[in-house]
Design a protein around this ligand. Structure first.
Ligand code: AMP
Length: 472
């Protein structure tokens, strides 16, 4: 590369990568409010926060979500974490591995182990967090804890999807899971209903209006395969009328056809067999009870036979919540039951139910409704003049901040008019003037920017006066 080309490259602006964005103030205030609402509401239902790693062994997601899903097969950000030569040498040293005089491994077993380690570990940025919660549940022996284990989390997830409004490659979820190993079908239904009740409370407290809850049961490993065959047979009969994607899915994953948004397929989908009508007695009992429990709690819902969820491990209760102002990506929450997932990951038989809220979409919907938090206003702009008065300005600014006031202290000296102009632009309520006279007499001038009224006050009076926000 020529020197000129190198320089040009150095100067090129580096931007955030596709599908990934910055969240800036004042929008972050809205994020904080939504997240704080989740902390508060979930705590009232007895949930504790779990903080999970952002990356995990790829195998965790491959095993739990399923290699057939779009998430695992196409959308994961995975990378090889290769050990350095130094790390490999240290591991051999730690295990006191013996070598022959010619430098070969003395045991074949050690040689094999070394070859495996050299290949490195395949890691993935988490595309969702349920699998991680289950991994942590097993790793920390949480099944020995008394009662049901109720955990919630919040943070970024990563999926290499096609970006559009409400769909990002780094997006945020707030989720919760209940893991249990006791109880009958009726108890399970009550847990499902309580989780949904918690969600509706959260959306209400967050100020989200116009949400709709959709409910379905997708059966279990007993009844779902039979239904899938029935669906496949029905789809095969109408194959010619379907688009190429759905035609392919008849073989690969017929349930996904129900998800189709293609206009020409809608009338056909309406006539397909519905899983809720083909449930085994247990699944039917739980589904009926969930609906009863929701009605008892005064939670309205609509049944949606097309709700099949993208992730493999869901069973029985599944639900989705939509919100207005989001266009085609209008789901703000998805959830369901996943009994058996913990066992699949090497843990004891455990039942599970959980959900994930798409925080980005909740924010978009709130913004669409103009539900913006009142921004924290700047209380005081310190207009100091004369280098020797800077220490006095620092001291007073600190005192005001300790009293809880939002204070802007410019690092450089400014002319009086310019300082006041900036205070105004920043939306400060007051300008505090600190010059030679003020420092000498210890009487400080406070100017209320709204109407220009001024008052001279001592340092102590200043705090009281500004805190009270009274007119001078
Ligand atoms: P899922 O984990 O696929 O069940 O999704 C749960 C919720 O997360 C969805 O209802 C969305 O609100 C949100 N979500 C999923 N994928 C994305 C994405 N790529 N961008 C923004 N939000 C998403």
């Amino acid at each position: 590369m020529s020197e000129g080309a190198g320089k040009a490259q150095e100067k090129r602006k580096i931007q955030a990568i596709k599908g990934v964005r910055d969240i800036l103030p004042p929008e972050t205030a809205l994020w904080n409010r939504v997240e704080q609402t989740a902390h508060e509401v979930f705590a009232t239902y007895g949930f504790g926060e779990i903080r999970l790693p952002i990356f995990e062994a790829t195998e965790l997601f491959a095993r739990s979500i399923g290699t057939e899903t779009d998430v695992v097969s196409k959308e994961m950000y995975s990378f090889k974490d290769l050990p350095t030569r130094n790390e490999l040498a240290l591991e051999l040293w730690d295990r006191s591995v013996q070598f022959t005089p010619s430098g070969d491994f003395q045991s074949d077993e050690e040689k094999q182990l070394f070859e495996e380690r050299k290949k490195g570990e395949l890691l993935t940025l988490r595309p969702e967090a349920t699998a991680s919660v289950c991994r942590a549940y097993i790793e920390h022996g949480m099944h020995t804890l008394p009662g049901n284990v109720k955990l919630y989390y919040m943070g970024p997830m990563f999926r290499r999807e096609r970006p559009q409004k409400g769909r990002y490659r780094q997006f945020y979820q707030i989720g919760a899971e209940v893991l249990s190993h006791t109880g009958d079908l009726k108890d399970d239904a009550r847990v499902d209903a309580e989780v949904i009740e918690m969600l509706t409370t959260f959306f209400e407290k967050a100020g989200l209006e116009g949400t709709a809850l959709y409910l379905n049961s997708i059966g279990c490993k007993e009844c779902r395969p039979k239904y899938v065959e029935l669906l496949r047979a029905a789809l095969t009969k109408v194959k010619d009328k379907l688009g190429p994607d759905s035609q392919r899915r008849i073989e690969t994953n017929p349930l996904r056809v129900l998800d189709s948004k293609l206009e020409s397929e809608q009338a056909i989908i309406e006539k397909l067999p519905r899983i809720a009508e083909h449930l085994c007695p247990d699944c039917l009992e739980e589904y009926t009870e969930v609906k009863k429990q929701l009605a008892m709690r005064g939670i309205s819902y609509a049944q949606n036979f097309r709700l099949v969820r993208g992730l493999d491990y869901y069973m029985r209760t599944t639900f989705e919540i939509t919100a207005p102002g989001l266009g085609s990506q209008n789901a703000v929450c998805g959830g369901g039951r996943y009994d058996g997932l913990v066992e699949l990951l090497g843990g004891p038989p455990t039942k599970g139910i959980g959900f994930a809220i798409g925080t980005d979409r909740v924010i978009l919907s709130l913004q669409d409704m103009r539900k913006l938090p009142v921004e924290r206003a700047l209380d005081v702009y310190v207009a100091w003049m004369g280098e020797k008065n800077y220490p006095a300005a620092v001291k007073i600014a600190r005192r005001l901040r300790e009293a809880g006031l939002a204070v802007e202290l410019p690092p450089g000296e400014m002319k009086f008019g310019k300082a006041l102009g900036l205070a105004d632009k920043l939306g400060a309520r007051y300008a505090l003037i600190i010059g030679d006279d003020e420092v000498a007499t210890k009487q400080f001038t406070v100017k209320r920017l709204e109407d220009g009224e001024q008052k001279k006050l001592s340092e102590r009076e200043l705090v009281e006066h500004l805190k009270a926000g009274e007119a001078p």
